[in-house]
Every structure is written in C-alpha cells, then in structure tokens.
Ligand binder design. Structure first.
Ligand SMILES: [Mg+2]
Length: 208
C-alpha cells in the first residue's frame, strides 16, 4: 500500500497501515511504499509507528537520491527496507548494498539494464543474503522480463506488480497475466513470451 506524502502527515500514514492490518487480519503480507516521499526523520517515525503491524517491507522510505537517509532509516527499524526500482546497473545496486541501505533489491529490467544486468543484480542479492523482488510494472515486456528473473533466482519469492490501470501492462500483449490469490505461474513461453497486439500499437502510435 502507498504511504507517505499523499497522506498529509506521518500519523495518518501510520493510522492507515493500522487500519489495513486490522482489516486483513494476521498472516497476509503487507508491504508499504512511500515512493521516496518521506524525509529520513519522517520515515523513522513512520517505521517506529508501524512496527506492531507486521509490515513485510518498507519500500523507498526516502528519495532514491538520499542514500544516507535510507541507511539511517534501515538502521533504526526491524522492518526490511526495499528499494531500487529507479536504479541503473549493478553499480547502483552495489553501492546500495555496500552502505547497507537495503534488505530487498527491486530492479526494474526496463531501467536497470535489461535481463543480463538484472541477473548480475540478482547475483548481488544472492551473495549478500538479501531478497530480490523485481519491479514488474511499466509494461507487459518489463513484467515478463522481471518475472522471469524472479523465477531464475533463489533470492526472489515476490515481484512488485500492479492491478491498477496501465494499458501498457494490461493491454499491450496478446497474452494475459494470470494472477490468482497473489500468485503468478512460472513463464512457459520462449523468450519474453509476449506477443504485442498490433491494434494496441496502432491505437497508441502518434500520428504526425
Ligand atoms: Mg515500487
């Protein structure tokens, strides 16, 4: 669930997480994502406030450009810190790992450098005993690439995926993404396994 600046203040974010946990009951993973909108001090106060509510991870507590802030947040809480969906190449991820800013690496294969670079980032997660949770968001192509990476790495059990409106994710491909009870099946088609719909491409092609 999204938390952070859209809630207006930290206490409202904490109250929303408490309400979500109350409605879900125990035993259902609940991740929170501030999308980089808290300051480090706000993020620390938020994390302390939601510690009782069994938060699976706290994603992008502060701006991706505030790495020292991320370190400060991570060192202040027992909640796992996730980040990386806007990072480029294994070198950005190496830096995050070296300064101990993250517990969960979230490469987006359309941003980080593609499947080969994604595999290098997965190797970092595997070597440092961190979790890998690919960001499978921007399109059916990046979804398929990130999901394939997740199935190829023992560090991954979760992908970040949206059920919200996104034509590039949900309408671009002939194939539909089958998600049931929060689970997705292993890829079985060759390559990315995505067949772009020509009508979709025609519809969204800019006419000059
Ligand atoms: Mg995210």
């Amino acid at each position: 669930m999204r938390v952070g600046v859209m809630d207006g203040d930290v206490d409202t974010s904490i109250a929303r997480v408490e309400a979500a946990r109350g409605a879900l009951g125990p035993g259902i993973g609940l991740m929170v994502d501030a999308h980089g909108t808290f300051s480090a001090s706000e993020a620390k106060r938020f994390a302390a406030g939601v510690e009782p509510f069994d938060v699976r991870w706290f994603e992008e507590p502060v701006s991706a450009d505030d790495r020292r802030g991320a370190v400060a947040v991570r060192s202040s809480t027992s909640i796992a810190i996730a980040a990386g969906e806007s990072e480029f190449t294994r070198f950005d991820f190496r830096d995050l790992v070296e300064i101990e800013a993250v517990d969960v690496l979230q490469p987006d294969l359309a941003i980080c450098g593609g499947p080969t670079e994604g595999r290098r980032i997965a190797a970092l997660a595997e070597a440092y005993q961190l979790e890998l949770a690919p960001h499978c968001w921007g399109s059916a192509l990046s979804f398929s690439a990130g999901m394939s990476l997740a199935f190829a790495s023992p560090a991954a059990t979760v992908i970040e995926y949206s059920l919200g409106g996104n034509p590039f994710l949900h309408e671009l491909a002939e194939e539909t993404i089958e998600v049931a009870d929060g689970r997705v099946g292993a890829p079985v088609r060759a390559g990315l396994g995505v067949t772009p719909r020509q009508e979709f491409i025609a519809e969204y092609t800019r006419k000059s």
